[in-house]
Design a protein around this ligand. Sequence first.
Ligand SMILES: C[S@@+](CC[C@H](N)C(=O)[O-])C[C@H]1O[C@@H](n2cnc3c(N)ncnc32)[C@H](O)[C@@H]1O
Length: 265
Amino acid sequence: MSAASPLSTQGTVYLVGAGPGDPELLTLKAHRLLRCCDALVYDSLVPKALLDLVPEGCERQFVGKRRGHHSVPQPSTNAVLVELAGRHRTVVRLKGGDPFLFGRGGEEAAHLAARGIPVQVVPGVTAGIAAPAYAGIPVTHRRAGSSVTFVTGHEEIDKARPGVDWQGLARCSDGLVIYMGLHNLSRICKELIAGGLAPDTPAAVIQQGTVLGQRDLVAPLGELADRVAEQGFVSPSIVVVGQVVAERVAACAPAPADAEMPIPF
Ligand SMILES: C[S@@+](CC[C@H](N)C(=O)[O-])C[C@H]1O[C@@H](n2cnc3c(N)ncnc32)[C@H](O)[C@@H]1O
């Protein structure tokens, strides 16, 4: 049997998007799989309400960050998925938002496929669209933004070959949706201004979008980092930069769900 052909005794691993937090933003397909899975592997940004959907007797494994510890290393998570797929028919690997957007879903899919383990992705509603939407901010707009870039702010700006060309993005994308951007926010804002964005470009931060504790802040790009620090914004937060922020329609923002999502330690 070739390395890529599935073994008949093995189960399927579903890489499932949990959505941004509001349990009602879960897809019907994700809901169906959660209701029938034999094993569940999940991490930090998954609302508790979704964990309660799995059947009694479902084997659960947490692979996120625990207080005082780092996240479970990716090779260990990969090994857990392989092991569970050898014992269970339906394994759900539940990830916040969309599994293929800054979620390492691609790495896990490749790892499983290379071992002949059937794997399927179930896309989810990403926080980068949902959190701004729950603040009434459209991420594109006919007048204000024809292009939008989803970008991670997690990478070190100082490293020898920076992964993100912030100055280039300032020139080529109308709007930016920045994940994991709080830690480097001051440097990111400076880079964007050095790249040509005006300091008065509208910008916003949305913390804990779609769930209890949601709050947001709108400020000019040149003041954003100071205001965010003053007001004590924490992760998980999405940063939006661009004229789309000025197109905010507060009246269309849904009320956040009465659901809790853990703040990563
Ligand atoms: C590792 S990334 C995972 C993104 C996820 N795969 C998605 O599609 O939304 C984690 C980051 O997503 C963002 N995030 C996730 N859930 C969020 C929420 N409910 N509100 C604001 N930001 C959120 C934050 O920037 C957080 O640091």
